[in-house]
Design a protein. Structure first.
Length: 144
């Protein structure tokens, strides 16, 4: 995956029901290949996912490097971290992840400046995952 040429998958494009897993696999593959472009591997949203699972960014990158498909990455995670991947744990993670929003005045100011530059009419966008999808030119349904 060359993230200097392509966007990673959406933060809410799920693998086995889990938000962010496909995206962080893309980012880990790009990190391993040296093709992250402007993306950062182990950013705060990556850290949220990795912390939920209970794996370091370095170990996750190694795991992705040794497994050639999303399914085999998931299977290895399941073997090691099945409790964190249980339906209840995944539902709790997804809820927290999808509601993550700027939590300091500095982050709020940065978030607002990015949103204003993308589409000032989108006052319904208040979370990081929705901002990422808008920034990466995905359809982001208007919330009422």
């Amino acid at each position: 995956m060359d993230l200097s040429k392509h966007f990673p998958r959406s933060p809410v494009d799920r693998l086995h029901g889990i938000d962010h897993l496909k995206r962080i696999i893309d980012k880990a593959r790009a990190n391993n290949a040296g093709t992250l472009g402007e993306y950062k591997y182990n950013c705060p949203l990556d850290q949220m996912f990795l912390g939920h699972i209970g794996i370091s960014a370095e170990d996750f990158a190694r795991l992705v490097q040794t497994h050639s498909s999303d399914e085999t990455v998931y299977a290895e995670l399941w073997k090691r971290f099945s409790k964190a991947l249980s339906p209840d744990a995944v539902e709790a993670f997804n809820t927290l992840y999808e509601s993550a929003a700027p939590d300091t005045p500095e982050k709020k100011a940065w978030f607002t400046s990015v949103l204003q530059g993308l589409d000032p009419s989108r006052t319904d966008i208040t979370t990081w995952v929705r901002l990422l999808d808008l920034e990466e030119k995905r359809q982001v349904p208007v919330l009422k």
